[in-house]
Design a binder for this molecule. Structure first.
Ligand code: PAP
Length: 317
């Protein structure tokens, strides 16, 4: 049996559709509370601590996504919108820090280092993030009036983006990654359950959960940024719109601008397993999957998605 390089540099069994546990094993995924958690990176104990101890405030803002759906971009936009009266674009901390450093993850950052961190001194609104599904959020979030912004992306581009990103830990093919998605056995997967959890809540509680799509943000960045700001309670004034503030924020947070900032070109997040911030910026395009996935592969996952999302009004084109 052929061997492939795994995240720990050891050999793992070849992956075939019949080798059901291989992906989870080799990627260090643990099935926990119904989802596949990358437990080498995010210990389940940090999730339990977060669920047990986190006390949400009504003013909190939580950025949520599956990996590679547009997290970095959304964090940059949320940080800039919320802090635009404190920082200009020339002195914003985004010039010297990656967006992930400014909006920490509950599970991978805050509760990983300390089971019950003191978050009371963070100025309001507190900005947090997570890749966890809705069902795994702390109950205090669900009971509070805080705001959750969820971003999703067509899973085909996510697959290609993940494949490129994880080159530093494995040498699987894009087909392997597709197989993983078809089984729902990918980081924070299944994809459909993750998306449906937030989709349903955005329908049920639209003033608490905003459902965004990478493709829509790309297609009309200005309109989507205004929608985001309004949802967050930081709507742009007429004056700001007239003087071009929205366009300036959109341009500042664009792929081309962010990727060329020194913090993203040469920086690395301390204690992170990600070797360079450069990896968060690859091509930033919609539809790149056509260059990597065969039509048959796309059809296969499309059919699974159709079945899984049936009856929900949630679709992916
Ligand atoms: P993460 O979950 O590891 O934080 P995330 O930021 O969600 O990753 O996704 C990275 C993708 O967003 C990359 O996509 P690609 O591989 O298809 O290129 C990355 O290039 C893209 N990206 C990062 N910043 C931006 C941006 N400002 N505008 C558009 N796309 C972006």
């Amino acid at each position: 049996m052929e061997s492939k390089k795994s995240s720990l540099g050891s050999s793992t069994p070849d992956i075939s559709p019949s080798a059901a546990p291989s992906y989870a094993y080799a990627l260090g995924l643990t099935q926990f509370q119904g989802f596949w958690i990358p437990s080498r990176h995010v210990p389940t104990s940090s999730i339990i601590s977060f669920q047990k101890y986190f006390q949400a405030l009504d003013e909190d803002i939580i950025v949520v996504s599956k990996p590679k759906a547009g997290t970095t971009w959304l964090k940059a936009l949320v940080f800039t919108i919320v802090n635009r009266h404190s920082y200009t674009l020339s002195n914003t901390p985004l010039n010297s820090a990656n967006p992930h450093q400014l909006i920490p993850f509950f599970d991978a950052d805050l509760y990983k280092e300390n089971p019950n961190p003191d978050l009371s001194k963070i100025s309001s609104p507190r900005l947090f993030s997570t890749h966890l599904p809705y069902s795994m959020l702390a109950d205090s979030i669900k009971r509070s009036n805080c705001r959750i912004v969820y971003i999703t992306r067509n899973p085909f581009d996510i697959i290609v983006s993940l494949r490129h990103f994880f080159r530093f830990i494995d040498d699987w093919s894009v087909e392997d990654y597709l197989e993983m998605f078809c089984r729902g056995e990918e980081p924070y997967g299944p994809f459909w359950d993750h998306a449906l959890g937030y989709w349903n809540m955005s329908v049920e509680k639209p003033s608490n959960v905003l459902f965004m799509r990478y493709e829509e943000l790309k297609e009309d960045s200005v309109a989507q940024t205004k929608r985001l700001a309004e949802f967050l309670g930081f709507a742009f004034s007429m004056e700001e719109e007239k003087t071009g503030v929205v366009n300036q924020i959109v341009d500042f947070c664009s792929f081309n601008n962010l990727k060329d900032l020194e913090a993203n070109k040469t920086g690395k997040i301390p204690r992170s397993i990600i070797p360079s911030n450069k990896l968060f910026f690859r091509s930033g395009k919609v539809g790149d999957y056509v260059n990597h996935l065969s039509p048959a592969a796309v059809e296969r996952l499309s059919n699974i998605l159709k079945e899984k999302l049936n009856g929900s009004n949630l679709t992916f084109n």
